[in-house]
Ligand binder design. Structure first.
Ligand code: SAM
Ligand code: SF4
Length: 364
């Protein structure tokens, strides 16, 4: 068997290699992070691109067992931002040279919602002179809806597979049609077919999840030839069904460390993709996002949701910055990014290089 140092010199990592790297201890992992940093700098550089995150609504038709805003959680006060609030947040991003926004929320697929998003997309493009890049993260949709939204101006979509092992996926969701693994996968294929830059990812440290599952999750992203990734530690929420497994979870510290290794291995496996440093990392470690930006991630999603509704978008406990306005977050981010020598790609879309590379290859 190859030593982990030999594995780090390989061009292609097989499943055993990935499992070995994910099992490294803290001392050994320093070499993994070093390798990943070299690859990151060589293939995507030291720039980090901002996407202003707007959590537009916590109304959701689904009941995922891990999520604090699941439909059955009656303790949540439901909200939906007005068009004006969303457009004001976009304007804020535009004026602060963010380059892009992400519109995220609970999953809905009714006609009123679909048409509203189409309209908002057109308005966002109008207010920014077509300059703001837009990513949507609004769950599974039909092929027709994805096409409609693409025509209205969006070019990237984030839809996490959450967990690529079908049996484990079933344990994390109710057993019914609207929580079907196959339909989630189908949506990812629709996105590719429609020409989106496609993002996916998963949670790390879920109940029942093993290191082998995590290796398979990474292989899933590689086989799908994904353009962008958003992944982060699973964090329990007391008003969700999965909370009863709290005692079986890896500690928060272990979930964070495993997440760091996952970021590094992913960067080694998929050199030119966009990888987002996600908020859940920050929940465990105030510098969690910046730490992964140093060696793997190149996208950051500062939260620009109006402060009045933030406390109602608690996917998990202790989600950070729920009391702060957008300005506070932006200021602290800027100084923290300096600490990890990252340059902010102001006014740039910062699209996935992988998307263009794979389309070049497909055209030839
Ligand atoms: N509703 C859309 C969807 O599920 O694709 C988008 C919004 S959803 C809140 C965004 C992501 O939050 C999910 O893909 C999931 O991975 C993450 N999430 C939900 N509950 C979480 C938890 N307890 N810990 C960490 N991440 C969580
Ligand atoms: Fe709804 Fe997304 Fe939460 Fe699932 S993860 S309950 S789809 S908001």
């Amino acid at each position: 068997m190859d030593s982990y140092l030999q594995i780090l010199e390989k061009d292609f990592l097989n499943r055993n290699d990935i499992i070995t790297l994910l099992s490294l201890n803290k001392e050994q992992a320093k070499n993994l992070f070093k390798k990943s940093e070299e690859i990151k700098l060589k293939y995507v550089g030291n720039k980090v691109y901002y996407r202003g995150l707007i959590e537009m609504s916590n109304i959701c038709r689904k009941d995922c067992y891990y999520c604090g805003i699941r439909r059955s959680n009656k303790k949540v006060s439901r909200y939906e931002l007005e068009d004006k609030q969303i457009l004001d947040a976009c304007e804020y991003c535009y004026k602060n040279d963010f380059g892009s926004i992400v519109l995220q929320g609970g999953e809905r697929n009714d006609k009123i919602f679909v048409d509203r998003i189409s309209n908002l997309l057109k308005e966002i493009k109008k207010l920014s002179n077509n300059e703001l890049g837009v990513t949507l993260s609004l769950g599974e949709q039909t092929l027709e809806t994805f096409k409609k939204w693409k025509e209205a101006g969006v070019h990237r979509y984030l839809l996490r597979i959450e967990e690529s092992n079908r049996d484990l996926y079933k344990k994390l969701h109710p057993d019914n049609q609207i929580h079907s693994f196959d339909e989630r996968l189908e949506s990812l294929y629709y996105l590719k077919e429609t020409g989106y830059q496609v993002g996916s990812g998963f949670m790390i440290g879920l109940p029942f999840q093993t290191v082998e599952n995590l290796a398979d999750d990474l292989i899933f992203l590689q086989n799908f030839d994904i353009d962008m990734v958003g992944m982060g530690p699973y964090i329990e929420h007391k008003d969700t069904p999965l909370y009863k497994y709290k005692a079986q979870l890896w500690s928060l510290e272990e979930r964070l460390f495993m997440s760091f290794k996952m970021y590094a291995v992913l960067r080694i496996m998929m050199k030119d993709i966009n990888i987002a440093a996600t908020t859940a990392l920050q929940t465990i470690d105030p510098m969690g996002r910046e730490r992964v930006i140093r060696f793997a991630a190149n996208v950051l999603m500062p939260n620009v949701t109006p402060a009045v509704v933030r406390k109602n978008y608690q996917l998990y406990e202790n989600k950070p910055c729920t009391d702060e306005g957008a300005d506070d977050c932006l200021d602290c981010l800027k100084s923290r990014l300096k600490l990890v020598n990252a340059e902010i790609g102001l006014n740039e879309w910062g699209d996935s290089k992988h998307y263009y590379n794979r389309n070049k290859t497909e055209d030839n």
